[in-house]
Design a protein around this ligand. Structure first.
Ligand SMILES: CC(C)(COP(=O)(O)OP(=O)(O)OC[C@H]1O[C@@H](n2cnc3c(N)ncnc32)[C@H](O)[C@@H]1OP(=O)(O)O)[C@@H](O)C(=O)NCCC(=O)NCCS
Length: 218
């Protein structure tokens, strides 16, 4: 019987990017560990040399310790799958790339994924299941909610509050707030790739452009 199995939940592009990070962080920590993908939608077989299991195969696999990493960008799906894993008493791992930088007084909830070249400076509070894709940063005095997702290259400057389930697209730049008036990205808001956000974004609204404005579909 394998002692430990680590499942990267999600065999999509992001999952394939996270597998090597998880392996490099955890392979030395456990004496007998196997890394697999867990994905109910993927074709059976293997991917990049790792087997793909369905969730029920993963559950029935005999191992002393079972962990998953939720490598799924869609925060609603992420939350649903985490609840499923918690119900099955499977622990959720966080993943931190070896060159991610974390400075002073940074509080991060469980299950965070910090990819290569990400940086969290000082005095930052982040909720659970945060994802920061490559080259994203968060500066001082930011407060980030639960299930927030940063695509690559997000520039989140100081004194910004981002509420639960917000999604920030590739290369977005968010203007700094102030201690008395932080800039707020509302719950479930989406910031499009390349947007320059200069004002608060209301909950659930998608903004694009420079300066960022609500996306109006014709
Ligand atoms: C903003 C966003 C969420 C809108 O997605 P959508 O609702 O599917 O919108 P559509 O693709 O139908 O685009 C609607 C219109 O907005 C435009 N548009 C979409 N995203 C835009 C953006 N980021 N900046 C400027 N214009 C944009 C489209 O060209 C289209 O214009 P048109 O009506 O003149 O043809 C999406 O385009 C986006 O930016 N997602 C983030 C992508 C990303 O960062 N991925 C990272 C993967 S790791």
């Amino acid at each position: 019987m394998t002692e430990t199995i680590v499942g990267i939940y999600g065999a999509s592009g992001f999952g394939r990017e996270i597998m090597p990070l998880a392996k490099s962080q955890y392979h030395a920590l456990f004496s007998d560990v196997r890394f697999v993908f867990v994905d109910d939608g993927a074709e059976a077989g293997s991917l990049n040399g790792y087997p793909i299991f369905t969730y029920s195969e993963f559950l029935s696999f005999e191992a002393t310790n079972k962990f998953v990493v939720l490598a799924i960008a869609n925060s609603a799906v992420r939350e649903k799958l985490i609840k499923r894993c918690e119900a099955d008493e499977i622990d959720i791992l966080s993943v931190t790339a070896d060159n991610a930088i974390i400075l002073d007084e940074v509080e991060i909830g469980e299950g965070a994924i910090l990819c290569h070249f990400t940086q969290l400076t000082s005095n930052i509070k982040i909720g659970k299941q945060f994802h920061a894709n490559i080259y994203s940063y968060i500066a001082h005095d930011c407060v980030i909610g639960d299930y927030v997702t940063f695509a690559p290259g997000v520039r989140c400057n100081g004194n910004i509050h981002i509420e639960d389930h917000a999604y920030i697209g590739t290369g977005a730049i968010i203007k700094q707030g102030t201690p008395s008036k932080p800039l707020v990205i509302g719950k479930g808001a989406i910031v499009g790739m390349g947007a320059v956000v200069t004002k608060d974004v209301p909950p659930g609204v998608t903004v694009i452009g420079n300066p960022a404005k609500p996306l109006v579909k014709s």
